[in-house]
Write a protein that binds this ligand. Structure first.
Ligand SMILES: Nc1ncnc2c1ncn2[C@@H]1O[C@H](COP(=O)(O)OP(=O)(O)O)[C@@H](O)[C@H]1O
Ligand SMILES: [Mg+2]
Length: 240
């Protein structure tokens, strides 16, 4: 049986008076890409932010590598090896690609330098535009920079929030390839609305609806279950 690297156990999260997450439970296994899917407003981004300590969990546990992290601060969680690529990417458009990478690096050791080399090999455009302002990059290149900023650190778990949002299909294929590379050395939890992307990289899926997990299983099962797709994801044959 494969090891569970992160377990969210009945997490509740409020934003102001709003009870956003109402008992979210799921497990991310060490050898799998876990995809969180569900309609807009289902609570996917809030789930990732709660794991990162950016939103406080009012109840429940988040266990990472056997340790409870639900009361830890975001920087402490990052230092434990959890990388986060937020929905709005978190890059600095006024800084160059180089400066964006420098700001992101948590350490200045040889391992980080080696990871930077590997990352630039994977995302050749970043090397090409090394001295360019991040704001001048295309949408796909910005997303690659956002991912590069996370994986340059020693992450054993990477949380990525809707990387394909607003991107052209050809770029989505490049991102699929990147995630397939990343999953060789890091566990990935991916929030994704694009079902092509989700089903191309995902091993396990959890569907969120109204701040709760309503279905979960192997991605293969969801791919074959059109009824479930149309009920929770608004995917229908006619719309393809
Ligand atoms: N800053 C906020 N203030 C109030 N409500 C919010 C805020 N951020 C998110 N929400 C609400 O929380 C719910 C879940 O949002 P979110 O986690 O962003 O969903 P998803 O990522 O699945 O689209 C939505 O109903 C959204 O309107
Ligand atoms: Mg979201």
């Amino acid at each position: 049986m494969s090891e569970v690297i992160l377990k969210s156990d009945a997490i509740h999260t409020f934003i102001g008076q709003h009870h956003i997450l109402q008992g979210v439970s799921f497990e991310a296994k060490a050898d799998a890409v876990t995809v969180l899917i569900g309609r807009n407003g289902a609570g996917k981004s809030s789930t990732l932010k709660t794991i990162m300590g950016l939103l406080p969990a009012s109840k429940g546990k988040i266990v990472y590598k056997g340790e409870e992290i639900q009361d830890k601060k975001p920087y402490a969680i990052a230092r434990m090896g959890i990388g986060f690529v937020p929905e709005h990417m978190g890059i600095f458009t006024d800084l160059t690609v180089e400066e964006n990478m420098q700001v992101a690096m948590l350490k200045e050791d040889n391992e980080t330098a080696e990871r930077l080399d590997g990352t630039l090999e994977m995302f050749a455009d970043l090397k090409k535009f090394w001295k360019a302002k991040a704001g001048t990059l295309s949408g796909g290149q910005k997303q690659m920079l956002a991912i590069a900023r996370a994986i340059v650190n020693d992450t054993s778990l990477l949380l990525i929030d809707e990387p394909t949002k607003g991107l052209a299909p050809i770029i989505i294929n490049a991102l699929i390839e990147a995630i397939n590379q990343i999953k060789k050395h890091s566990v990935v939890i991916l929030v994704e609305q694009n079902f092509y992307m989700a089903s191309s990289v995902g091993d396990d899926f959890y569907i969120l609806d109204d701040g709760k997990v309503v279905q979960n299983g192997l991605m293969q099962e969801l791919v074959q279950n059109e009824e479930m797709q149309s009920k929770y994801l608004g995917i229908s044959k006619a719309a393809d």
